[in-house]
Design a protein around this ligand. Structure first.
Ligand code: NDP
Length: 334
């Protein structure tokens, strides 16, 4: 439960975990209610944007005093919705609580493939996977041999974008915030190269070192100083997929970006997108990704913590880079 709206970097003490002995969750007979037992919860950067009192375009703030919401995987316990029945496994938006009474099935997907770890439906087979897929293949419109740069590259989305770029035959470099993550990018995910942005005093010089011929595609996850440096290093007709800007989420005032004229000089296309744009393509995405996972050709790294009581620390850890891979909270193992 979020105690109060957050300004600046979120703290564990901004949230509280409570037990309500009197709470009786029950599906109403004349409803389409679905009662779900939550198994895995997903920590996602956008959740910080809901901790702010002001509405931000597509985001409505959390309601104080009630459990926060996010993506999760659960099992249907009871249902008055004809599309979902007891025992179904589902993923979609749920509450950060042991059981959730879902009033709508909008954005709730039934899980059919259970030979893959269920937690993957918070990541590679869920919202972040679809984000990487739509953002890379559609927004970036990649071509074989192009030079691709991915920031926050070891995260839930970035690790996939890098692997998709390799599948496409691109040259791909990622940035991350520790040496261990850099090794992971190169040795596990097959990035051609990677660097620790925290150890680069001059990001422009670093990018020139890794991309002497410039960048065709930038998959933008962080914003701020990195975006400014990337713009200077784009090639003519380069594309930037603006997926997110995590470096800005704890700021009341966004950081300035100064090199915008290079967008004109280099005819760069910058395109923002939302994962919801790609929801209609979810089954096509599954057909694409499942064989790669089963054959071990696309890898996925998760960072799993146990227990709802450890959820707040896991969630705020995204903003210091504590997570290595997709941050998941296990509520109840299957
Ligand atoms: P993760 O939660 O997996 O990883 C977040 C990572 O971001 C951290 O581990 C950290 O890694 C890095 N980070 C945190 N703070 C900063 C900072 N100030 N500067 C640079 N890097 C930072 O992220 P996701 O993969 O889930 O999300 C990546 C981006 O995609 C986010 O911006 C998110 O908002 C966006 N997104 C957008 C969607 C859309 O529909 N457009 C859908 C889903 C995600 P490190 O150690 O490398 O610093």
């Amino acid at each position: 439960i979020l105690k109060d709206y957050v300004s600046g970097f979120p703290k564990e003490s901004d949230m509280v975990v409570t037990v309500d002995e009197n709470l009786k969750l029950k599906v109403a007979d004349d409803s389409k209610d679905i009662l779900v037992k939550n198994l895995y919860l997903s920590c996602d950067p956008y959740m910080r944007l809901l901790m702010t009192s002001r509405s931000l375009e597509i985001f409505t703030p959390y309601t104080l005093g009630t459990p926060i919401t996010g993506f999760g995987v659960g099992k249907v316990i009871d249902s008055r919705n004809p599309e979902f029945k007891e025992g179904d496994l589902v993923w979609g938006t749920t509450g950060w609580e042991e059981y959730s009474l879902l009033k709508s099935s909008e954005g709730l997907f039934k899980i059919h493939h259970t030979d893959i770890p269920l937690s993957y439906y918070t990541g590679i087979l869920g919202m972040p996977g679809l984000t990487a897929y739509g953002g890379f293949y559609e927004v970036c419109a990649p071509k074989k041999g192009e030079y691709v740069f991915v920031s926050a590259a070891s995260g839930a989305v970035g690790q996939l974008v890098g692997q998709f770029a390799k599948l496409m035959g691109c040259y791909v470099v990622g940035s991350a915030g520790t040496q261990d993550k850099v090794e992971l990018l190169k040795n596990k995910f097959g990035f051609d190269d990677a660097f620790n942005y925290k150890e680069e005093p001059d990001l422009n010089a670093a990018l020139k070192r890794y991309f002497p011929k410039g960048i065709d595609i930038y998959f933008e996850n962080v914003g701020g100083k990195m975006l400014d440096a990337v713009i200077l290093n784009m090639r003519v007709y380069g594309r930037i997929a603006a997926c997110g800007m995590i470096s800005q989420y704890n700021r009341d005032q966004p950081e300035g970006v100064h090199n915008l004229m290079s967008i004109v000089y280099k005819r760069i296309r910058i395109e923002g997108f939302s994962v919801f744009d790609y929801y209609p393509q979810y089954s096509k995405f599954l057909d694409f990704i499942l064989p790669y996972i089963r054959e071990g050709k696309v890898k996925y790294v998760e960072d799993i913590v146990k227990g709802l009581e450890n959820g707040p620390a896991a969630l705020i850890g995204l903003f210091s880079g504590r997570n290595v891979g997709k941050q998941v909270v296990v509520i109840a193992p299957q």
